[in-house]
Design a binder for this molecule. Structure first.
Ligand code: CAA
Length: 249
């Protein structure tokens, strides 16, 4: 690719999202972080972290639960930059509660962001990728989608669904130059994980063979690897980045 790839990262100014944006930019992409507006502190931090990339790092306001807004943002980027080469679906939330205490709103909100959002954004970019015969889609799942987690029936269901989506779409577009993969992070040093009560978090960390929480950069490097033009023979895969917390075939 002679011109820099154009990358769109949903949840792009969040804990993992900003590390993913940074790694993609370090690897030479022009990155557009799409995230909820009105998070001024986070946005200022993102702009500072990405300052060295100048006009190769941008922000656009987006709520991934809004199907029409996803289409609009994709169309605007394609209009401005000519294409979207890389989509990283990172936007995600937790609404932890055991099932007997879970409100319907906690289920609905979580599914709307973590699962519907991936459909909305992938649907918005796929036509352009098919027309150009090239694309890289990387969806963020979680170790808790692979193992289930106490208090996370909503999150584990959505995150398991993410990889089902990945595998189905990977088959649909494999012959068209587009790869679709999942990265399943373990427990990382993010606000989301730091919100887990300390005694529970300490018990989890004690079970991580590598002996520490993941760094957001660990996830950034995995996403950038799968988003690279050179990773064209990897599709429908689920790459665990969890410090050995969960191992399987
Ligand atoms: N495993 C087994 N039993 C547990 C438990 C656990 N993790 N947590 C609570 N229990 C037990 C309690 O000991 C208690 O037992 P008794 O009734 O016999 O006394 C009972 O379950 C309490 O059940 P409640 O429904 O009242 O649970 P709670 O309201 O006290 O806590 C919770 C539920 C808020 C979900 C709490 O368990 C929790 O915060 N868990 C952490 C969930 C977690 O790991 N979230 C990850 C967020 S980060 C993320 O998701 C990123 C990523 O991708 C990795």
């Amino acid at each position: 690719m002679s011109t820099p790839p154009i990358a769109l990262v949903t949840g792009g100014i969040g804990g993992l999202g900003s590390a993913i944006c940074r790694q993609l930019a370090l690897d030479g992409a022009r990155v557009i972080a799409a995230d909820l507006p009105h998070r001024n502190d986070r946005l200022a931090a993102f702009r500072a972290e990405m300052a060295e990339f100048g006009e190769h790092a941008d922000f656009t306001a987006l709520d991934v639960t809004d199907f029409d807004a996803c289409r609009r943002v994709a169309a605007e980027i394609e209009q401005r930059h000519g294409r979207i080469d890389i989509l990283a679906n990172v936007a995600g939330i937790t609404r932890d509660a055991s099932l007997r205490k879970m409100e319907k709103a906690q289920w609905d909100q979580l599914l709307a962001v973590n699962l519907d959002g991936i459909f909305h954004m992938s649907r918005a970019v796929i036509e352009g990728m098919l027309a150009r015969g090239y694309g890289r889609i990387v969806n963020i799942s979680s170790v808790n989608g692979q193992t289930g987690q106490f208090g996370q029936t909503n999150y584990s269901a959505a995150k398991a669904g993410v990889h089902g989506f990945t595998m189905a779409l990977a088959r649909e577009v494999a012959a068209k130059g587009i790869t679709v993969n999942t990265v399943s992070p373990g427990y990382c040093q993010t606000e989301m994980v730091m919100a887990v009560p300390e005694p529970i978090r300490a018990r989890i960390i004690a079970q991580i063979p590598v002996g520490r929480l993941g760094a957001p950069e660990d996830i950034g490097r995995a996403v950038a690897f799968l988003a690279s033009e050179r990773s064209g023979y990897i599709t429908g895969a689920n790459l665990p980045v969890n410090g050995g917390y969960f191992m399987s075939f």
